[in-house]
Design a protein around this ligand. Structure first.
Ligand code: ADP
Ligand code: MG
Length: 347
């Protein structure tokens, strides 16, 4: 099982949208995938359920979500964390049982402060020692139960202790960004923060307090898989001039500044893969999905999987419908390519 975190402390850069679309595509390509909604905003959970099902799900106290599954550790319950019972997502293919969701919870942030204290690494309190390894343990048990190939983690937009934990206990991470100045600013702060987190994780891995617990802190170094830039306007198939500048700036900053900082992060373990010409970090760009994003949300379906049925139901026809179908085909190609790339880099 490989854990892939979708991380950027900047909001609105398509972490959730990419988690949903990419997970579905990996599932269509035959991989068994569990999506984890680790953002208290629960947008990913909202994308999977329709509005009525969302309400119904949370009114049933027996249903598992990320918070209830972690409760044995965080609320010192006298039992071990168990594999989560996930929600199956119907990917509308002959392959059944390929895609699952571990739903989020609006109150997950209640665990932030205690996890933060536990991650200071100076505590010897028995109850706190179990926290830093608990997320990883839950994902491992759940992946084992479902025999999953991938766990994709949709993270919240912050530099919180939960994010520090989720990122540093993942096998890989993807960096969704948008082609604008604020995203470049976010990358600049990540260049400073990620090496710090790497040093912290190294210490946590060697700290006997965290290794001799019910949920040992995993020994893993997350590897940078690449960048996805999206939501720009196109002109004749290419990003329009204004957006092109920011896409270029992001590409240069990642290659020339971020990757070297991840390589020489000071912990002794590089946060990048050993790469050759055929295995380079991903740099993908997706233009604006336009109306497809609205339909995708309305029908809980990825942008690349929308069909005539959806267009007709939404009262689109003629040339407009044909243009949308062309876009669907285009996004099918880019997501398919992204999924194949990820499978290659992670196998
Ligand atoms: N390629 C895209 N084209 C158009 N809209 C997009 C695209 N990617 C994301 N969006 C929209 O942008 C907003 C932010 O995306 P979201 O996935 O929620 O970002 P994040 O999870 O990083 O906060 C959402 O309203 C989403 O529907
Ligand atoms: Mg989100």
């Amino acid at each position: 099982m490989k854990r892939i975190a979708l991380f950027n402390h900047k909001g609105g850069v398509s972490k959730t949208t990419t988690t949903f679309n990419l997970s579905w595509m990996l599932a269509l390509q035959g991989k068994k995938v569990i999506m984890v909604d680790a953002d208290p905003q629960c947008n990913l959970t909202g994308l999977v359920f329709n509005e009525d099902d969302f309400e119904a799900f949370y009114s049933d106290s027996k249903k598992h979500n990320l918070k209830t599954c972690l409760a044995p550790a965080f609320e010192a319950q006298p039992k071990l964390i168990e594999a989560a019972i996930c929600q199956e997502v119907d990917i509308q293919s002959d392959l059944g049982g390929q895609l699952f969701l571990l739903p989020g919870h609006l109150d997950l942030s209640e665990y932030e402060v205690t996890l933060g204290i536990a991650q200071e690494l100076s505590t010897s309190l028995q109850t706190l020692k179990n926290l830093p390894g608990s997320f990883s343990y839950l994902f491992e048990e759940t992946a084992k139960h479902y025999q999953a190939d991938y766990v994709l983690i949709d993270m919240n937009p912050s530099l919180s202790s939960i994010n520090q934990n989720l990122l540093m206990t993942s096998d890989y991470f993807l960096l969704p960004t948008s082609p604008d100045y604020f995203s470049v600013m976010a990358l600049k702060s990540l260049k400073k923060i990620l090496p710090r987190w790497a040093m912290w994780a190294k210490k946590a891995q060697m700290n006997p307090l965290l290794t001799e617990t019910f949920y040992p802190f995993p020994v893993v170094t997350p590897k940078f898989l690449g960048t996805i830039v999206q939501k720009y306007r196109e002109r004749e198939g290419n990003p329009s001039k204004g957006f092109e500048k920011w896409i270029d700036d992001i590409r240069k900053y990642v290659n020339n500044e971020l990757v070297p900082a991840l390589r020489g992060n000071g912990s002794g373990d590089e946060m990048v893969m050993t790469l050759d010409e055929t295995h380079q970090p991903i740099f993908k760009q997706f233009s604006d999905f336009n109306t497809l994003i609205a339909l995708s949300q309305a029908y809980q379906t990825p942008v690349f999987a929308l069909t005539d049925r959806h267009f007709e139901d939404a009262k689109y026809s003629g040339v407009v419908k044909d243009t949308m179908k062309q876009s669907v085909a285009k996004f099918n190609d880019v997501f398919s390519d992204l999924a194949q790339n990820i499978i290659k880099l992670t196998s």
